[in-house]
Design a protein around this ligand. Structure first.
Ligand code: PA5
Length: 397
């Protein structure tokens, strides 16, 4: 279940005339959205692909006690976010999924390599372009370790590549060495690739990917809410609300807000436009940033993600989950009184169906919002420029 309250703590801040203008652009935006050549992420994933992913997962479990996922940005955040959300805070799992390639920390690299030295592991390297520097460096380091530990035949069984169907260094490796591979379709951009093998394979270790996909397809039916939210955000922007703060009350949702930051930041942030996405984890950040949000520079609006039922715990016969949600409602009230526009998105619980729906809602909203800003939602020219300069500077050193 997903519910939206875009009115109670919001309406008085919205310029209704502005809002009507945005709402009036619906047909234009829907048409651009449906005609985009980059909207393949809405297509159904075939049953045979899901079967292949699950078979691959089972094979990995047979010869490994760890899956090493290598990727960054859109090839990392989605599966990491949902891994965090669906994992226990403390556990001694017999099977590990660890991530590499999302930083250049040599300390992290050294520790991962040392950790893996005495483990049997499989690598899933994920890069749509196949040329991203962080991913390539981590992959090179891990291949060296594979060579120290295993025969060529064994290495071939332990590398799984997820990349473009036809081009890039990684696809060339697949063609040369016969590695198992999955495709990131070229009508799907990095941050919209959550429901492709780039994320579904790692996620199959934590959750039921069929249920997640079912939730996502149902969530595509939330189009009118997604459009309303996009219009509301753009109206707030016109009134000087340049920052959106996503507020979560469960620490394991933190990385979901990181995924949201990429989704909205890369989709809208171009041509000098866009709302800057930030996030706070409550109640922790109420004791740090809460003061600023409530009474500081009034350029912020907030979107609260409320989870009705969490695994509960009672202290003095009081439900801790209930206390957490009472605090959420109170903070919304306080921030609203402080002049901060707030909306609340409620899910019943953290489960595949709700999260699939929520993702569909945000993915559509980000795209609609990009069109309302009159930018192309599915490209990221700035990221490409940064990558190019890094490549040139590194090759001249
Ligand atoms: O959204 C994007 O396109 C980027 O953030 C990419 O996902 C990120 O740079 C990683 O790119 P690649 O998958 O090509 O390695």
């Amino acid at each position: 279940m997903v519910n939206f309250d875009f009115k109670t703590y919001m309406d008085k801040f919205i310029d209704q005339k502005e809002m009507q203008t945005f709402l009036g652009r619906k047909e234009e935006v829907y048409e651009k959205f449906s005609k985009s050549t980059m909207n393949g992420w809405k297509d159904k994933v075939s049953d045979s692909l899901i079967d292949e992913i699950l078979e691959t997962r089972d094979l990995i479990k047979q010869n490994s006690s760890c899956l090493v996922v290598i990727g960054i940005g859109g090839s990392f955040l989605g599966s990491y976010a949902l891994k965090e959300m669906f994992s226990k805070y403390f556990c001694d799992e017999s099977f590990d999924v660890i991530y590499m390639g999302y930083s250049l920390s040599s300390k992290y690299m050294k520790e991962v390599i040392d950790y893996l030295r005495f483990k049997d592991f499989t690598v899933n390297v994920i890069s749509k372009s196949g040329t991203t520097m962080e991913t390539s460096l981590a992959y090179t380091a891990i291949k060296k370790l594979l060579k120290e530990k295993y025969s060529d035949d064994e290495i071939c069984k332990r590398i799984i590549v997820t990349t473009d169907e036809y081009q890039g260094t990684l696809r060339d490796e697949v063609n040369n060495y016969g590695y198992k591979s999955f495709i990131i379709p070229n009508n799907i951009g990095g941050r919209y690739s959550l429901f492709t093998p780039a994320h579904l394979l790692p996620l199959s270790f934590f959750l039921d990917i069929r249920k997640l996909l079912d939730g996502f397809y149902q969530g595509l039916g939330l189009k009118k809410y997604a459009y309303y939210y996009a219009c509301m955000r753009n109206s707030l922007f016109k009134k000087g609300k340049y920052i959106e703060n996503y507020c979560v009350y469960e620490p394991n949702l933190y990385y979901y807000t990181e995924w949201l930051k990429q989704l909205f930041g890369e989709t809208e942030g171009k041509n000098g436009k866009g709302i800057f996405p930030v996030a706070t984890v409550h109640t922790r950040d109420l004791h740090s940033l809460g003061q600023f949000i409530q009474e500081g520079n009034p350029i912020i609006f907030e979107t609260f993600i409320k989870v009705l039922d969490s695994e509960d715990f009672y202290i003095n016969n009081q439900s801790l989950n209930n206390i957490n949600n009472v605090v959420l409602d109170s903070v919304v009230e306080a921030h609203y009184l402080g002049g901060v526009p707030c909306s609340i998105i409620t899910i019943d619980k953290i489960c595949e169906e709700s999260i699939g729906k929520l993702c569909a809602f945000f993915m559509m909203s980000a795209a609609f919002s990009g069109y309302l800003f009159d930018v192309e939602p599915f490209d990221q020219p700035g990221v490409e420029v940064y990558k190019k300069i890094v490549r040139e500077n590194l090759s001249s050193k």
